[in-house]
Design a protein around this ligand. Structure first.
Ligand SMILES: NC(=O)c1ccc[n+]([C@@H]2O[C@H](COP(=O)([O-])OP(=O)(O)OC[C@H]3O[C@@H](n4cnc5c(N)ncnc54)[C@H](OP(=O)(O)O)[C@@H]3O)[C@@H](O)[C@H]2O)c1
Ligand SMILES: [Zn+2]
Length: 352
């Protein structure tokens, strides 16, 4: 065409990204610019849209994980879109909406994996601990960590399902409780507020255990049939009015509080603990053996468990209550989580 000159198309490719890293145990968050990394074989790159802040990110911040290498970018409640695929990744395509949780994949198939018990994989990696996590604009993860996010779940909600959600959903669905059974959820924070919703939607008679009267209305909004204020009432006696709980899901990271509710279990009851307090429990054996009660731990879940959590949540109208902060305000966001002031999950969002 006369007058039209073929100009070379100029594509401005972004090559740098912003991440929030911790450089030493007890150090502050540092916002730094890094090159956007390329995925290796079997890996993918995610353009992060949101990443929840979990209480367990304290392990990175305070150096509580043995052998942790710094600098490290925390974050294991990742939601975003696939942006680049490494060699050999066939099951996913660029643009897919994906989430990644605590379970960060593994190098080889060990005996628990062969049995299908991936959560207990002996060579599992932890996202945001063994490699950099989601407090970043981009993250590289092994493809086996990916869970597909249903269309109706926004990224800011999908993030918290990747750890807080899957941990309590998975714990409850394997707890042995059946519809109609009494299930108590202790602690109404990131994990607990989702635990209450799942317990209700799974058909359990749901009791929320909090401290203070101010959480009662919210606990009931989340689906609790009953609320016990442990600051004002004898929790054990109150639970025994219901015949004792079949399951107490302990999410409050406080060993004394967890130890104190064992007597609230019914016969064959299960004190199921996803919380990770630093102190040991103090347990009298007689209440256990007289009532054939047990204490068990629960550890997160796999990518498939995360996807089940997302799908159940979409199907059953379960939502995390969140407060969002841009990545640039990471220090303030972390402090909000740590202070316990947030109702109930802090989620970092990344600009475009
Ligand atoms: N097993 C796993 O795979 C897994 C996964 C994720 C997290 N975790 C662990 O689970 C725990 C909870 O994490 P999170 O993210 O939910 O923490 P969070 O948001 O800080 O919530 C903890 C809640 O526990 C309550 N609480 C604390 N002490 C209490 C007490 N003495 N009595 C009653 N309630 C008490 C707090 O209530 P107040 O508002 O009254 O302070 C708070 O709402 C942490 O230890 C975390 O490391 C484990
Ligand atoms: Zn977590």
């Amino acid at each position: 065409m006369p007058g039209v000159v073929n100009q070379p198309i100029q594509v401005l490719m972004k090559t740098k990204m912003q991440v929030a890293q911790i450089s030493k145990a007890g150090g502050d968050f540092e916002l730094v610019e890094r090159d956007i990394p390329e995925p290796g074989p079997g890996q993918v790159r995610i353009k992060v849209e949101a990443c929840g802040i979990c209480h367990s990110d304290e392990l990175v911040k305070e150096g509580l994980w043995p052998g942790l290498q710094y600098p490290r970018v925390p974050g294991h409640e990742i939601a975003g879109r696939l942006d680049a695929l490494g060699a050999g990744v066939a099951a996913w395509k660029i643009g897919d909406r994906v989430g990644v949780g605590w379970h960060g994949g593994h190098d080889f198939v060990c005996e628990p994996c062969r049995r299908g018990d991936f959560t207990m994989c002996v060579n599992r990696k932890v996202t945001g601990i063994d490699y950099d996590g989601g407090y970043a604009e981009y993250v590289i993860v092994p493809a086996e960590t990916l869970a597909a996010i249903p269309d109706q779940v926004p990224a800011e909600e999908a993030g918290p399902f990747m750890c807080a959600g899957v941990t309590v959903f998975n714990a409850l669905r394997h707890s042995g409780a059946r519809p109609g059974d009494v299930v108590a959820v202790q602690g109404i924070g990131g994990l607990g507020h989702l635990g209450i919703q799942y317990a209700r939607k799974m058909g359990f008679q749901t009791i929320a255990l909090g401290r203070g009267a101010d959480k009662e209305a919210l606990a009931r909004e989340l689906g609790a049939h009953h609320y016990i204020d442990s600051a004002a009432l004898d929790t054990v006696a109150e639970l025994q009015k219901f015949g004792g709980a079949q399951v107490i899901l302990a999410t409050a990271p406080n060993a004394a509080a967890i130890s104190g509710v064992i007597g609230g279990l019914g016969i064959d009851g299960n004190l199921l603990i996803p919380a990770a307090p630093n102190d040991p429990l103090t347990v009298g054996v007689f209440p256990l053996l007289m009532g054939r009660r047990r204490i068990s731990g629960w550890y997160s879940g796999t990518a498939r468990d995360s996807q089940d959590t997302l799908e159940f949540s979409a199907l059953s109208d379960v939502h995390p209550m969140i407060e969002t902060f841009p990545l640039t305000r990471v220090a303030e966001a972390y402090e909000q989580m740590h202070s316990g002031k947030v109702r109930f999950r802090v989620v970092l969002t990344m600009g475009s």
